[in-house]
Design a protein. Structure first.
Length: 431
Protein backbone atom coordinates (compact mmCIF):
# COMPACT_ATOMS: atom_id res chain seq x y z
CA UNK A 1 0.00 0.00 0.00
CA UNK A 2 3.03 2.28 0.29
CA UNK A 3 2.97 3.18 -3.39
CA UNK A 4 -0.75 3.74 -3.61
CA UNK A 5 -2.55 7.02 -3.24
CA UNK A 6 -5.72 7.27 -1.25
CA UNK A 7 -8.67 9.30 -2.27
CA UNK A 8 -7.77 11.14 -5.36
CA UNK A 9 -9.87 11.76 -8.32
CA UNK A 10 -7.37 11.87 -11.06
CA UNK A 11 -10.12 11.66 -13.59
CA UNK A 12 -7.91 10.41 -16.37
CA UNK A 13 -7.02 7.16 -14.68
CA UNK A 14 -9.76 7.20 -12.28
CA UNK A 15 -11.45 4.79 -10.29
CA UNK A 16 -12.86 7.45 -8.56
CA UNK A 17 -13.02 9.66 -5.61
CA UNK A 18 -13.57 13.34 -5.46
CA UNK A 19 -14.72 15.64 -2.78
CA UNK A 20 -16.04 19.12 -3.46
CA UNK A 21 -16.00 20.08 -7.11
CA UNK A 22 -16.30 23.36 -8.92
CA UNK A 23 -19.25 22.22 -11.00
CA UNK A 24 -21.31 20.91 -8.09
CA UNK A 25 -21.09 23.76 -5.62
CA UNK A 26 -21.69 27.51 -5.61
CA UNK A 27 -18.87 29.55 -7.12
CA UNK A 28 -18.50 31.94 -4.21
CA UNK A 29 -16.05 31.16 -1.46
CA UNK A 30 -14.68 32.90 1.58
CA UNK A 31 -11.05 33.92 1.91
CA UNK A 32 -8.89 31.56 3.90
CA UNK A 33 -8.03 32.48 7.45
CA UNK A 34 -4.73 34.26 7.86
CA UNK A 35 -3.08 33.03 11.04
CA UNK A 36 0.32 33.63 9.49
CA UNK A 37 2.07 31.67 6.75
CA UNK A 38 3.50 28.22 7.31
CA UNK A 39 6.76 28.11 5.40
CA UNK A 40 8.80 25.27 4.02
CA UNK A 41 10.27 23.33 6.91
CA UNK A 42 12.44 20.26 6.57
CA UNK A 43 11.66 19.09 10.10
CA UNK A 44 8.22 18.27 11.52
CA UNK A 45 6.20 21.09 13.06
CA UNK A 46 4.36 18.89 15.50
CA UNK A 47 2.77 16.04 13.50
CA UNK A 48 3.06 18.10 10.27
CA UNK A 49 6.25 18.11 8.18
CA UNK A 50 6.25 20.70 5.40
CA UNK A 51 8.09 20.04 2.17
CA UNK A 52 7.88 22.79 -0.46
CA UNK A 53 4.77 24.21 1.16
CA UNK A 54 4.00 27.83 2.07
CA UNK A 55 0.49 27.81 3.51
CA UNK A 56 -1.35 31.08 4.14
CA UNK A 57 -2.93 29.69 7.30
CA UNK A 58 -1.83 27.79 10.37
CA UNK A 59 -1.67 24.16 9.29
CA UNK A 60 -1.26 22.82 12.81
CA UNK A 61 -4.37 24.70 13.87
CA UNK A 62 -6.31 23.08 11.02
CA UNK A 63 -5.11 19.64 12.12
CA UNK A 64 -6.09 20.35 15.73
CA UNK A 65 -9.59 21.29 14.59
CA UNK A 66 -9.93 18.26 12.33
CA UNK A 67 -8.79 15.95 15.13
CA UNK A 68 -11.47 17.34 17.43
CA UNK A 69 -14.21 17.21 14.80
CA UNK A 70 -13.33 13.68 13.70
CA UNK A 71 -12.47 12.28 17.12
CA UNK A 72 -9.15 10.88 15.91
CA UNK A 73 -5.62 12.01 16.72
CA UNK A 74 -2.59 11.88 14.48
CA UNK A 75 -0.36 8.95 15.41
CA UNK A 76 2.72 10.07 13.48
CA UNK A 77 4.13 12.57 11.03
CA UNK A 78 1.94 13.81 8.15
CA UNK A 79 4.00 15.23 5.30
CA UNK A 80 2.53 18.21 3.42
CA UNK A 81 3.61 19.77 0.13
CA UNK A 82 2.18 21.99 -2.60
CA UNK A 83 2.26 21.53 -6.38
CA UNK A 84 1.08 23.43 -9.44
CA UNK A 85 -1.32 20.67 -10.61
CA UNK A 86 -2.13 22.45 -13.86
CA UNK A 87 -5.49 21.75 -15.46
CA UNK A 88 -5.56 19.52 -18.52
CA UNK A 89 -7.58 20.58 -21.52
CA UNK A 90 -10.43 18.72 -23.18
CA UNK A 91 -9.47 15.25 -24.40
CA UNK A 92 -10.83 11.81 -25.17
CA UNK A 93 -10.82 10.26 -21.71
CA UNK A 94 -9.83 6.56 -21.57
CA UNK A 95 -12.90 4.32 -21.35
CA UNK A 96 -11.88 2.65 -18.13
CA UNK A 97 -12.59 3.29 -14.47
CA UNK A 98 -12.80 1.09 -11.40
CA UNK A 99 -13.27 -2.45 -12.75
CA UNK A 100 -14.71 -1.31 -16.09
CA UNK A 101 -12.57 -1.72 -19.21
CA UNK A 102 -13.32 -0.61 -22.79
CA UNK A 103 -15.30 -3.74 -23.71
CA UNK A 104 -17.39 -3.28 -20.59
CA UNK A 105 -17.88 0.38 -21.45
CA UNK A 106 -19.26 -0.74 -24.81
CA UNK A 107 -21.67 -3.15 -23.12
CA UNK A 108 -22.86 -0.44 -20.73
CA UNK A 109 -23.40 2.06 -23.52
CA UNK A 110 -20.63 4.29 -22.19
CA UNK A 111 -17.81 4.06 -24.71
CA UNK A 112 -17.13 7.25 -26.63
CA UNK A 113 -14.27 9.08 -28.32
CA UNK A 114 -15.75 12.51 -27.64
CA UNK A 115 -13.53 15.10 -25.98
CA UNK A 116 -14.37 16.31 -22.49
CA UNK A 117 -12.67 18.34 -19.74
CA UNK A 118 -10.39 16.14 -17.69
CA UNK A 119 -10.68 17.98 -14.40
CA UNK A 120 -8.27 19.62 -12.00
CA UNK A 121 -6.94 18.00 -8.86
CA UNK A 122 -7.23 20.15 -5.73
CA UNK A 123 -5.48 17.80 -3.34
CA UNK A 124 -4.35 14.21 -2.94
CA UNK A 125 -3.35 12.04 0.00
CA UNK A 126 -0.82 9.23 -0.42
CA UNK A 127 0.19 6.41 1.87
CA UNK A 128 2.72 7.55 4.42
CA UNK A 129 0.64 9.62 4.83
CA UNK A 130 1.65 12.45 2.49
CA UNK A 131 -0.67 15.25 1.38
CA UNK A 132 -0.13 17.23 -1.81
CA UNK A 133 -2.20 20.41 -2.19
CA UNK A 134 -2.77 22.45 -5.31
CA UNK A 135 -1.08 25.82 -4.96
CA UNK A 136 -3.89 27.93 -6.43
CA UNK A 137 -7.41 26.88 -5.49
CA UNK A 138 -10.44 28.87 -6.68
CA UNK A 139 -13.48 26.74 -5.89
CA UNK A 140 -12.70 26.39 -2.18
CA UNK A 141 -10.35 27.90 0.35
CA UNK A 142 -7.24 25.72 0.32
CA UNK A 143 -7.67 25.45 4.08
CA UNK A 144 -10.91 23.53 3.50
CA UNK A 145 -9.25 21.22 0.98
CA UNK A 146 -6.50 20.63 3.54
CA UNK A 147 -9.09 19.72 6.19
CA UNK A 148 -10.59 17.13 3.81
CA UNK A 149 -7.20 15.61 3.04
CA UNK A 150 -6.22 15.53 6.71
CA UNK A 151 -9.17 13.22 7.34
CA UNK A 152 -7.68 10.83 4.79
CA UNK A 153 -4.29 11.08 6.48
CA UNK A 154 -5.90 10.13 9.80
CA UNK A 155 -7.75 7.26 8.09
CA UNK A 156 -4.41 5.97 6.83
CA UNK A 157 -2.77 6.26 10.23
CA UNK A 158 -5.59 4.40 11.98
CA UNK A 159 -5.44 1.62 9.36
CA UNK A 160 -9.15 1.26 8.69
CA UNK A 161 -10.21 -1.75 6.63
CA UNK A 162 -12.05 0.45 4.12
CA UNK A 163 -8.79 2.26 3.34
CA UNK A 164 -6.87 -0.97 2.83
CA UNK A 165 -9.62 -2.38 0.64
CA UNK A 166 -10.17 0.81 -1.33
CA UNK A 167 -6.49 1.10 -2.23
CA UNK A 168 -5.90 -2.61 -2.91
CA UNK A 169 -6.73 -2.50 -6.62
CA UNK A 170 -8.61 -5.79 -6.17
CA UNK A 171 -12.23 -4.67 -5.84
CA UNK A 172 -14.84 -4.98 -8.55
CA UNK A 173 -16.73 -1.89 -9.66
CA UNK A 174 -19.68 -2.39 -7.32
CA UNK A 175 -17.66 -2.99 -4.19
CA UNK A 176 -15.16 -0.24 -5.01
CA UNK A 177 -18.01 2.27 -5.30
CA UNK A 178 -19.40 1.15 -1.93
CA UNK A 179 -16.10 1.02 -0.03
CA UNK A 180 -14.67 4.23 -1.43
CA UNK A 181 -18.01 5.86 -0.84
CA UNK A 182 -17.79 5.55 2.94
CA UNK A 183 -14.14 6.64 2.95
CA UNK A 184 -15.05 9.82 1.07
CA UNK A 185 -18.31 10.23 2.95
CA UNK A 186 -16.32 10.43 6.17
CA UNK A 187 -13.95 13.06 4.75
CA UNK A 188 -16.75 15.16 3.29
CA UNK A 189 -18.80 15.07 6.48
CA UNK A 190 -15.83 16.24 8.51
CA UNK A 191 -14.92 18.93 5.97
CA UNK A 192 -18.52 20.16 6.01
CA UNK A 193 -18.46 20.42 9.81
CA UNK A 194 -15.18 22.32 9.49
CA UNK A 195 -16.67 24.69 6.94
CA UNK A 196 -19.80 25.29 9.02
CA UNK A 197 -17.77 26.18 12.11
CA UNK A 198 -14.72 27.98 10.72
CA UNK A 199 -15.40 29.01 7.08
CA UNK A 200 -19.18 29.55 6.90
CA UNK A 201 -19.04 31.60 3.69
CA UNK A 202 -17.17 28.94 1.73
CA UNK A 203 -18.89 26.61 -0.73
CA UNK A 204 -20.22 23.38 0.76
CA UNK A 205 -17.48 20.75 0.33
CA UNK A 206 -19.93 18.00 -0.64
CA UNK A 207 -20.29 16.49 -4.11
CA UNK A 208 -23.66 16.46 -5.83
CA UNK A 209 -24.61 14.36 -8.85
CA UNK A 210 -26.77 16.58 -10.99
CA UNK A 211 -26.11 15.01 -14.38
CA UNK A 212 -24.38 12.03 -15.98
CA UNK A 213 -22.83 12.51 -19.41
CA UNK A 214 -21.49 9.73 -21.60
CA UNK A 215 -18.48 11.87 -22.56
CA UNK A 216 -17.52 12.12 -18.87
CA UNK A 217 -18.91 8.90 -17.45
CA UNK A 218 -15.69 8.30 -15.50
CA UNK A 219 -16.27 11.56 -13.62
CA UNK A 220 -19.87 10.53 -12.93
CA UNK A 221 -18.78 7.24 -11.35
CA UNK A 222 -16.33 9.20 -9.22
CA UNK A 223 -18.89 11.81 -8.17
CA UNK A 224 -21.43 9.07 -7.45
CA UNK A 225 -19.48 7.39 -4.70
CA UNK A 226 -18.66 10.74 -3.13
CA UNK A 227 -22.31 11.77 -3.30
CA UNK A 228 -23.89 8.54 -2.06
CA UNK A 229 -21.06 7.90 0.38
CA UNK A 230 -21.77 11.22 2.04
CA UNK A 231 -25.49 10.42 2.19
CA UNK A 232 -24.74 7.03 3.75
CA UNK A 233 -22.44 8.45 6.41
CA UNK A 234 -24.85 11.30 7.14
CA UNK A 235 -27.68 8.82 7.72
CA UNK A 236 -25.83 5.94 9.36
CA UNK A 237 -22.75 7.33 11.10
CA UNK A 238 -23.19 10.67 12.83
CA UNK A 239 -20.71 10.13 15.67
CA UNK A 240 -16.96 9.45 15.40
CA UNK A 241 -17.41 5.96 16.86
CA UNK A 242 -20.12 5.15 14.31
CA UNK A 243 -17.88 6.34 11.48
CA UNK A 244 -15.02 4.25 12.78
CA UNK A 245 -17.33 1.22 12.80
CA UNK A 246 -18.36 1.86 9.19
CA UNK A 247 -14.74 2.22 8.08
CA UNK A 248 -13.86 -1.03 9.85
CA UNK A 249 -16.74 -2.89 8.19
CA UNK A 250 -17.84 -1.03 5.05
CA UNK A 251 -20.83 -2.06 2.92
CA UNK A 252 -20.04 -4.79 0.41
CA UNK A 253 -22.37 -3.59 -2.36
CA UNK A 254 -23.86 -0.37 -3.63
CA UNK A 255 -27.24 -1.95 -2.91
CA UNK A 256 -26.27 -1.64 0.77
CA UNK A 257 -24.82 1.83 0.21
CA UNK A 258 -28.01 3.08 -1.45
CA UNK A 259 -30.41 1.26 0.90
CA UNK A 260 -28.78 1.17 4.36
CA UNK A 261 -29.82 -1.83 6.42
CA UNK A 262 -30.90 -3.96 3.47
CA UNK A 263 -29.87 -7.61 3.27
CA UNK A 264 -27.22 -7.57 0.53
CA UNK A 265 -26.54 -11.31 0.42
CA UNK A 266 -25.83 -12.26 -3.19
CA UNK A 267 -27.55 -15.22 -4.87
CA UNK A 268 -25.37 -17.54 -6.94
CA UNK A 269 -24.95 -17.04 -10.67
CA UNK A 270 -24.38 -19.62 -13.39
CA UNK A 271 -20.86 -19.99 -14.67
CA UNK A 272 -20.23 -17.98 -17.85
CA UNK A 273 -19.74 -19.72 -21.19
CA UNK A 274 -16.32 -21.26 -21.80
CA UNK A 275 -15.36 -23.02 -25.00
CA UNK A 276 -12.22 -23.52 -27.08
CA UNK A 277 -12.89 -20.20 -28.78
CA UNK A 278 -14.52 -18.38 -25.84
CA UNK A 279 -12.27 -18.01 -22.81
CA UNK A 280 -13.05 -15.59 -19.98
CA UNK A 281 -10.17 -13.23 -19.27
CA UNK A 282 -11.67 -10.88 -16.69
CA UNK A 283 -14.62 -10.56 -14.32
CA UNK A 284 -16.40 -7.58 -12.82
CA UNK A 285 -19.58 -6.73 -10.92
CA UNK A 286 -21.35 -3.55 -12.02
CA UNK A 287 -23.89 -3.31 -9.21
CA UNK A 288 -27.05 -1.31 -8.65
CA UNK A 289 -25.33 2.07 -8.71
CA UNK A 290 -23.32 1.21 -11.81
CA UNK A 291 -26.54 0.27 -13.64
CA UNK A 292 -28.16 3.54 -12.58
CA UNK A 293 -25.21 5.54 -13.90
CA UNK A 294 -25.08 3.67 -17.21
CA UNK A 295 -28.76 4.33 -17.84
CA UNK A 296 -28.42 7.99 -16.88
CA UNK A 297 -25.48 8.36 -19.28
CA UNK A 298 -27.89 7.12 -21.97
CA UNK A 299 -30.47 9.82 -21.26
CA UNK A 300 -32.61 8.09 -18.63
CA UNK A 301 -33.86 10.39 -15.90
CA UNK A 302 -32.56 9.93 -12.37
CA UNK A 303 -35.86 8.44 -11.19
CA UNK A 304 -36.27 6.16 -14.22
CA UNK A 305 -32.72 4.84 -13.87
CA UNK A 306 -33.20 4.21 -10.15
CA UNK A 307 -36.45 2.38 -10.82
CA UNK A 308 -34.87 0.13 -13.46
CA UNK A 309 -31.91 -0.73 -11.20
CA UNK A 310 -34.02 -1.32 -8.09
CA UNK A 311 -34.20 -4.94 -7.01
CA UNK A 312 -30.65 -5.77 -8.12
CA UNK A 313 -29.19 -8.69 -6.16
CA UNK A 314 -26.05 -9.71 -8.04
CA UNK A 315 -24.32 -9.61 -11.41
CA UNK A 316 -21.19 -10.85 -13.11
CA UNK A 317 -19.73 -9.22 -16.21
CA UNK A 318 -17.35 -11.62 -17.94
CA UNK A 319 -14.87 -10.27 -20.49
CA UNK A 320 -13.80 -12.28 -23.52
CA UNK A 321 -10.87 -10.22 -24.74
CA UNK A 322 -11.66 -6.82 -26.20
CA UNK A 323 -14.53 -7.91 -28.42
CA UNK A 324 -17.40 -9.10 -26.22
CA UNK A 325 -18.75 -9.44 -22.69
CA UNK A 326 -21.32 -11.72 -21.09
CA UNK A 327 -23.28 -10.00 -18.32
CA UNK A 328 -25.58 -12.07 -16.12
CA UNK A 329 -27.75 -10.27 -13.56
CA UNK A 330 -29.94 -11.53 -10.70
CA UNK A 331 -32.97 -9.65 -9.36
CA UNK A 332 -35.23 -9.69 -6.33
CA UNK A 333 -38.11 -11.12 -8.35
CA UNK A 334 -39.38 -11.61 -11.90
CA UNK A 335 -41.13 -8.23 -11.98
CA UNK A 336 -37.94 -6.33 -11.25
CA UNK A 337 -35.98 -8.48 -13.70
CA UNK A 338 -38.53 -7.67 -16.39
CA UNK A 339 -38.31 -3.96 -15.56
CA UNK A 340 -34.54 -4.00 -15.98
CA UNK A 341 -34.71 -5.98 -19.23
CA UNK A 342 -37.28 -3.56 -20.63
CA UNK A 343 -35.22 -0.54 -19.61
CA UNK A 344 -32.06 -1.96 -21.15
CA UNK A 345 -33.87 -2.77 -24.38
CA UNK A 346 -35.34 0.73 -24.32
CA UNK A 347 -31.87 2.21 -23.96
CA UNK A 348 -30.67 0.30 -27.04
CA UNK A 349 -33.78 1.29 -28.97
CA UNK A 350 -33.17 4.93 -28.11
CA UNK A 351 -29.83 4.54 -29.88
CA UNK A 352 -31.59 3.31 -33.03
CA UNK A 353 -30.90 -0.39 -32.58
CA UNK A 354 -32.16 -2.72 -35.31
CA UNK A 355 -32.64 -6.48 -35.18
CA UNK A 356 -30.64 -8.73 -37.50
CA UNK A 357 -30.98 -12.52 -37.19
CA UNK A 358 -31.81 -12.30 -33.51
CA UNK A 359 -29.13 -9.76 -32.56
CA UNK A 360 -29.62 -6.08 -31.87
CA UNK A 361 -27.23 -3.87 -33.83
CA UNK A 362 -26.59 -0.38 -32.47
CA UNK A 363 -25.22 1.87 -35.23
CA UNK A 364 -22.06 3.89 -34.84
CA UNK A 365 -22.12 7.66 -34.51
CA UNK A 366 -19.37 10.23 -34.82
CA UNK A 367 -18.38 9.54 -31.22
CA UNK A 368 -19.61 6.01 -30.39
CA UNK A 369 -18.81 2.59 -31.93
CA UNK A 370 -21.16 0.15 -33.62
CA UNK A 371 -21.91 -2.77 -31.35
CA UNK A 372 -24.19 -5.78 -31.04
CA UNK A 373 -26.29 -7.02 -28.16
CA UNK A 374 -28.70 -9.74 -27.10
CA UNK A 375 -30.96 -9.66 -24.04
CA UNK A 376 -32.47 -12.77 -22.50
CA UNK A 377 -34.67 -13.00 -19.40
CA UNK A 378 -35.47 -16.22 -17.56
CA UNK A 379 -37.42 -15.69 -14.36
CA UNK A 380 -35.51 -13.36 -12.08
CA UNK A 381 -32.32 -13.57 -14.17
CA UNK A 382 -31.41 -11.33 -17.11
CA UNK A 383 -28.43 -11.96 -19.38
CA UNK A 384 -27.02 -9.30 -21.68
CA UNK A 385 -24.34 -10.16 -24.24
CA UNK A 386 -22.66 -7.23 -25.99
CA UNK A 387 -19.62 -6.41 -28.05
CA UNK A 388 -18.19 -4.97 -31.22
CA UNK A 389 -17.56 -8.40 -32.77
CA UNK A 390 -20.82 -9.78 -34.16
CA UNK A 391 -19.72 -13.41 -34.38
CA UNK A 392 -18.39 -13.42 -30.81
CA UNK A 393 -21.60 -11.89 -29.47
CA UNK A 394 -23.71 -14.39 -31.39
CA UNK A 395 -21.67 -17.34 -30.11
CA UNK A 396 -21.91 -16.13 -26.51
CA UNK A 397 -25.65 -15.58 -26.81
CA UNK A 398 -26.21 -19.08 -28.16
CA UNK A 399 -24.02 -20.76 -25.56
CA UNK A 400 -25.39 -18.86 -22.55
CA UNK A 401 -29.01 -19.63 -23.42
CA UNK A 402 -28.44 -23.26 -22.43
CA UNK A 403 -27.10 -22.46 -18.95
CA UNK A 404 -29.05 -22.10 -15.72
CA UNK A 405 -28.09 -20.78 -12.33
CA UNK A 406 -28.67 -24.21 -10.82
CA UNK A 407 -25.21 -25.14 -12.11
CA UNK A 408 -23.57 -22.03 -10.73
CA UNK A 409 -20.12 -21.71 -9.29
CA UNK A 410 -19.66 -20.69 -5.68
CA UNK A 411 -17.06 -18.14 -6.72
CA UNK A 412 -18.28 -14.61 -6.14
CA UNK A 413 -17.42 -12.14 -8.87
CA UNK A 414 -16.15 -9.73 -6.26
CA UNK A 415 -13.54 -12.28 -5.20
CA UNK A 416 -12.17 -12.85 -8.67
CA UNK A 417 -12.28 -9.49 -10.36
CA UNK A 418 -9.55 -6.90 -10.47
CA UNK A 419 -10.22 -3.21 -10.58
CA UNK A 420 -8.43 -0.31 -12.17
CA UNK A 421 -5.47 1.22 -10.40
CA UNK A 422 -6.69 3.47 -7.62
CA UNK A 423 -5.61 6.86 -6.49
CA UNK A 424 -7.64 9.31 -4.53
CA UNK A 425 -7.99 13.04 -4.20
CA UNK A 426 -10.05 16.13 -4.24
CA UNK A 427 -10.78 17.30 -7.77
CA UNK A 428 -12.32 20.32 -9.41
CA UNK A 429 -14.21 19.54 -12.60
CA UNK A 430 -15.87 21.64 -15.24
CA UNK A 431 -19.57 21.00 -15.90
Amino acid sequence: MQARALLAVLLLVLAGCSAPTADTAPTTSAPTTTDGPTTTDASPDGPLAYEDAALDYDGQRVLDRVERLRGLNATGVIRVSEAAMTALGARDLPDRALGIRPAGAVALGLKTNASAPAGTTLGVTYAGPRIVLREDVDAYPQELVFAHELVHALQYQHDFAAVRMGTSGLLDTDRALAVRGVVEGDAQSTALAYRNRYLPNASRPVVSLSSVERERWQAAFSSAYYHYGYEYVRERAETPDERNAVLRSPPNTTRALLHPGVNDTKPALADPPRTDSLTPVRYDTVGELGIRLALRANDYSKDAAAGAAFGWRNDRMTYYGANAVHWRTAWQNETEAAAFAAAWRGMLDSRNATTTDGLLAVPATDTTPRFYAAIDRAGDRVTVVSGTNESAVRALAQDSSSRSDSSSSSTDASETSASADFSASLTSRSP
